[in-house]
Design a binder for this molecule. Structure first.
Ligand SMILES: Cc1ncc(COP(=O)(O)O)c(C=O)c1O
Length: 394
């Protein structure tokens, strides 16, 4: 086969004939834990209608949405002072919804930490709806490899909200705990894009000052088509949102209608419930965090002990993502990178290089969401060691 047309180099996620288990390291959408996928399959074998066909106003669906909400609250310890919304439009929908809900006028100020591709996108979207103050998180070389120090002088005291992404999926930068604003700015509600790390660490909602947190489902908690958005109730109210905020994005409207203002993503909501019940059975968020640390450490150890054969861009270990581990092969050598992709694909590992709106870059990326087990991460680590043993110094 002409190697340039090998499925692994085209980003194919299909199973190689030579591999046993398919391990999906995609950055999202991605797989769900095996037990959750089985539960979904079982739901299609039940007598009666599946949630794909249930009216969202039927008692059967109301039961599903109530149970899903309750399990999200239990797993993530969400206090009564917050609404749990199942919103439309993915992460990008929330990039618009956040300023439209929290800024009444376009002159209202909002502060954004921009330290990666997704916060750049979020900030650029917000520029249409409010007066944005940017905290530039680039390092001295102009790259995104860090999280900036938060200084009082850089945060307008009148900011309606303070936006950050707790895991920059493409750049591999994670806040393992939410950062604290300087004392004099703690009145400003935090808005967290937790699309790629939700459920993998605890959140101290009130103490951390969270106003809004959203997570598109398709990485850790479900399928594309629904986004979980948690909103502190004091941020709701008719006098708060922009008059231009569309109803479908409006937190107040959707909270008042109990998530039934329009047709919610019925099936996707049920899947979030399945995932949350799985998490509860597997020891909740604390155990999930331990698994995330174990999975990512296995890979970072191989990278750090490879004598430079593999490199990862984030040097500050306290900021290295446990969700998305970027690494290059022999300084980004394209021939060896292609060889790495083909051989790992042949051994059943897919999704290590997918196309993004930001291109592919020279880094591969192993995404370690809830579908990936510690054994799966160890399987990749073992492959990386064998590959380095074969090609290093050649
Ligand atoms: C951190 C983060 N925010 C937002 C998005 C965009 O989400 P969506 O594609 O659902 O709009 C992504 C997608 O990869 C992401 O990783």
């Amino acid at each position: 086969m002409n190697t340039s047309t090998h499925p692994a180099l085209l980003g194919s996620l299909k199973q190689s004939k030579t591999a046993g288990k398919l391990i999906n390291f995609s950055p999202g959408p991605t797989s769900l834990p095996e037990a959750v996928e089985e539960r979904i399959a079982d739901s299609f074998k039940r007598p009666g209608l599946t949630s794909l066909a249930l009216s969202h106003r039927s008692p059967e669906f109301i039961d599903i949405i109530d149970r899903t909400k309750a399990s999200v609250r239990r797993v993530m310890g969400i206090p009564d002072q917050y609404e749990v919304l199942f919103t439309h439009g993915g992460g990008h929908g929330q990039f618009a919804a956040v300023p439209l809900n929290l800024c009444h006028k376009t002159s209202d100020v909002a502060t954004y930490v921009v330290n990666g591709t997704w916060t750049e996108r979020a900030r650029d979207e917000a520029l249409r709806y409010c007066a944005v103050q940017t905290i530039d998180g680039r390092d001295s070389m102009g790259g995104y490899t860090t999280f900036p120090e938060l200084k009082e002088k850089d945060i307008d005291t009148n900011s309606r909200f303070f936006f950050l992404c707790s895991n920059e999926t493409v750049n591999g930068i994670e806040n393992h705990r939410l950062p604290k604003l300087p004392e004099s700015r703690r009145h400003i509600p935090l808005v967290i894009d937790a699309s790629s790390d939700f459920t993998t660490k605890p959140i101290d909602w009130q103490d951390d000052g969270v106003g809004v947190l959203f997570a598109c489902a398709s990485k850790n908690i479900g399928h594309p088509g629904v986004t979980l958005t948690v909103v502190r109730k004091d941020l709701l109210g008719n006098e708060k949102f922009s008059p231009l905020c569309p109803g479908v994005f409006n937190y107040t409207t959707n909270a008042e209608a109990d998530n039934l203002w329009n047709t919610p993503a019925t099936f996707n909501i049920e899947v979030i419930g399945f995932l949350m019940e799985w998490l509860e059975r597997e020891g909740g968020v604390a155990a999930n965090e331990r698994r995330s640390i174990a999975k990512s450490s296995i890979l970072y150890d191989v990278i750090d002990n490879s004598g430079g054969f593999y490199r990862t861009p984030v040097q500050d270990k306290s900021l290295r993502s446990r969700m998305n581990v970027p690494f290059n092969v022999n300084g980004g050598d394209e021939n060896l990178t292609s060889e790495f992709l083909i051989q790992s694909w042949n051994e059943g590992m897919v999704g290590l290089r997918t196309l993004t709106p930001f291109g592919v870059g020279s880094y591969l990326r192993a995404s370690l969401y809830n579908c990936i087990t510690v054994e799966d991460a160890a399987y990749l680590a073992d492959f990386m060691k064998r590959f380095a043993g074969k090609y290093q110094m050649k």
